[in-house]
Write a protein that binds this ligand. Structure first.
Ligand SMILES: C[S@@+](CC[C@H](N)C(=O)[O-])C[C@H]1O[C@@H](n2cnc3c(N)ncnc32)[C@H](O)[C@@H]1O
Length: 226
């Protein structure tokens, strides 16, 4: 049995008009701008090198590429078809291909970080670990840390469960759409103690976990490379 919902066959959905936008959750302009604005408010600067983990069809990319210096945006994703669609149908259409070399985007399925020789200042994983069991976070933190500069930050979203929620109970996340989450299947919620466990001994510090205006109630965790 696959533990990744992105193992489904997306061929037909991708070929639909806007399929590449809908597969990653729609809300194209809103979620792209929200990610850029949050990162800029939290210190992202044009000279930074940013790795977008689970970049999908480049919803954040279309907003971040114009902000960052040319070739400073990098992305990895489980599905090369999504990257391809995003590059062809969004990046090229906007004339942003001169600022985003195609080699800055790569398919990766176990959080290895390609782009040899590049050290990142900022990393982002928006709505990625909400679809995956918590051990994937540990793998990602372990593989990402050696590729980050000291003091660099990793911004990562989760559906957070309150301490009082019992294991096995589901929960609902407003505000706009009601998402029901589970501790055993997609979409996942996690407890703060799960995150602390997943990062233990890997060279990260957890600065904060906060609401950041996500329309479906995901919260943003900020990790700092130490
Ligand atoms: C809901 S989409 C979010 C896409 C993007 N972060 C955004 O906000 O527009 C989740 C993305 O995570 C990717 N993904 C799932 N498992 C992954 C893994 N193990 N490594 C890299 N990407 C993964 C999926 O292919 C998909 O593009």
């Amino acid at each position: 049995m696959s533990l990744n919902p992105y193992d489904d066959d997306f061929t037909q959905r991708l070929s639909a008009p806007d399929g590449h936008r809908n597969i990653i959750g729609g809300l194209w302009d809103e979620m792209g701008a929200l990610q850029r604005d949050y990162l800029v408010d939290h210190g992202l600067r044009p000279g930074d090198r940013l790795l977008d983990i689970g970049c999908g069809s480049l919803r954040a990319g279309v907003m971040l590429v114009p902000y960052l210096a040319p070739a400073h945006y990098y992305g990895i994703d489980y599905l090369s078809a999504l990257i391809e669609e995003g590059y062809e149908r969004e990046i090229r259409r906007l004339g942003l291909d001169s600022r985003l070399p195609r080699e800055n985007l790569a398919e990766e399925r176990a959080f290895a970080v390609p782009f040899e020789g590049v050290t990142f200042d900022v990393a982002l994983a928006q709505s990625v670990f909400t679809h995956l069991p918590i051990n994937h976070l540990r793998l990602c933190l372990a593989r990402l840390r050696p590729r980050m500069r000291e003091g660099g930050r990793f911004f990562c979203t989760f559906f957070m469960a309150p301490d009082l929620l019992q294991t096995g109970e589901t929960m609902r996340h407003p505000p706009r759409s009601e998402v029901e989450t589970f501790c055993w299947r997609d979409p996942f919620h996690v407890w703060r103690r799960d995150i602390l466990f997943a990062m233990e001994g890997l060279g990260w510090e957890l600065e904060d976990i906060e609401a950041w205006g996500h329309p479906r109630g995901q919260e943003m965790a900020r990790f700092r490379a130490v």
